[in-house]
Design a binder for this molecule. Structure first.
Ligand code: GLA
Length: 425
């Protein structure tokens, strides 16, 4: 009897300690800083971006179906419209590097490669808008883009105006080939103001912190004032190693970055590579679940012409998208890591919580993990009780649970179980 009492009180004490610790974590989630005041990206931007899947493939003779060309973007626009992508939120169809001709025109304006984009960007934008979508484009703060096309240094006003004239709705502004850190910061800020001055609503996607990091700590209060989202970490590629390194970097730096995110400005862990070649099914689930927890912009980089029904269903999962797009706009964080199992949580509107449990052990089969509900959401996620719904890998209501109870879940290697907890009285 005494033993039971002791056990219980120890468990409660532990719950309180964990609760206080996670309350501290929750408190970072209040965005203190003002966001870029353009009224855009009030929830993380969703769309498609060509880079990870199609890279700088400019050889339309050898590879007409996969080269960076207006045809590729028109086909993706058709599918975003006809295959339900736009309807679940993927709205921005985005061009990355390698769209340009190697020279500016006689008036100093950027121009699209005339062979690969014979209709020009304005006509492509019209086409994309006709499908109820928005068009994103790419440029670089320095003298050249990362792939060696003309950079915007010295041309910020002209380029902002050109993009606005063409009807562009998002600019991904890369950071290769800058001379000094002052140029880098001034360039990112200047372009933000130049875009605003055009009077057109253009989402501004930055890589400022990523390029700054090797030299100086980014000032996220400042970044948030100028950018709608910002990359912090290396380019993603189609492999578990890459997804894992993004998650590792994010959790190791969460005290610096989580409170920078909020409506209007988001940390960008880079594209979703779901539907490609390198991730197992469980790893694709992990990417989708964790990008939802991280309030990440959701830019797919895949081939919508050839995507499995399973990957499509995962990317179009409305309940997971609802977590990503939750209007409270607080980014989630890693609550703990024990025995190679990570527990992440994210506060949602209406006092709900999302919880993800990732099994990082790559040897052996599925493992059981037991979670005390009192340890979630600073002790509040399930107080006094909650309805728990499993969203991934299998959708279904797990039932009503009380604050004092615990939950035992089975998680596949490199997979994730994503839950939603709705408090009940
Ligand atoms: C950088 C960016 C990538 C992509 C390439 C294009 O590496 O981080 O996302 O835009 O440049 O060259």
């Amino acid at each position: 009897m005494t033993g039971t009492m002791n056990l219980r009180s120890r468990a409660q004490l532990l719950g309180c300690v964990l609760g206080l610790r996670s309350l501290a974590l929750v408190l970072w989630g209040i965005p203190g800083a003002r966001a870029l005041d353009n009224g855009l990206a009030m929830t993380p931007t969703m769309g498609w971006l060509h880079w990870e899947r199609f890279m700088c493939n400019t050889d339309c003779e050898e590879d007409p179906d996969s080269c960076v060309s207006e045809k590729l973007f028109m086909q993706m626009a058709d599918l975003m419209d006809s295959e339900g992508w736009r309807d679940v939120g993927y709205e921005y169809l985005c061009i990355d590097d390698c769209w340009m001709a190697p020279q500016r025109d006689s008036k100093g304006r950027l121009q699209a490669d005339p062979k690969r984009f014979p209709g020009g960007i304005r006509r492509l934008a019209d086409y994309v808008h006709g499908k109820g979508l928005k068009l994103g484009i790419y440029a670089d703060v320095g003298k050249l883009t990362c792939a060696g096309f003309p950079g915007s240094y010295g041309y910020y006003d002209i380029d902002a105006k050109t993009f606005a004239d063409w009807g562009v709705d998002l600019l991904k502004f890369d950071g290769c080939h800058f001379d000094t850190l002052v140029d880098l910061a001034d360039g990112y800020k200047y372009m933000s103001l130049a875009l605003n001055r055009t009077g057109r609503s253009i989402v501004y996607s930055c890589e400022w912190p990523l390029y700054m990091m090797p030299f100086r700590k980014p000032n996220y209060t400042e970044v948030r004032e100028y950018c709608n989202h910002w990359r912090n970490f290396a380019d993603i590629y189609d492999a578990w190693q890459s997804v894992k390194s993004v998650l590792d970097w994010t959790s190791s730096n969460q005290e610096k970055i989580v409170d920078a995110a909020g409506p209007g400005g988001w940390n960008d862990p880079d594209m979703l590579v779901i539907g490609n070649f390198g991730l197992s099914w469980d790893q694709q689930i992990t990417q989708m679940a964790l990008w939802a927890i991280m309030a990440a912009p959701l830019f797919m980089s895949n081939d919508l012409r050839q995507i499995s029904p399973q990957a499509k269903a995962l990317l179009q999962d409305k309940d997971v998208i609802a977590i990503n797009q939750d209007p409270l706009g607080k980014q989630g964080y890693r609550l703990r890591k024990e025995d190679n199992i990570e527990v992440w949580e994210r506060p949602l509107s209406d006092f709900a919580w999302a919880v993800a449990m990732v099994n990082l052990q790559e040897i052996g089969g599925p493992r059981f993990h037991t979670i005390s509900l009192a340890s979630l959401g600073g002790g509040l996620a399930c107080l006094p009780a909650c309805l728990i719904t499993e969203l991934l890998p299998v959708k279904g209501k797990l039932g009503f649970y009380e604050w004092t109870s615990s939950l035992k879940l089975r998680i596949n290697p490199t997979g994730t179980v994503l839950l939603r907890l709705d408090r009940t009285n």
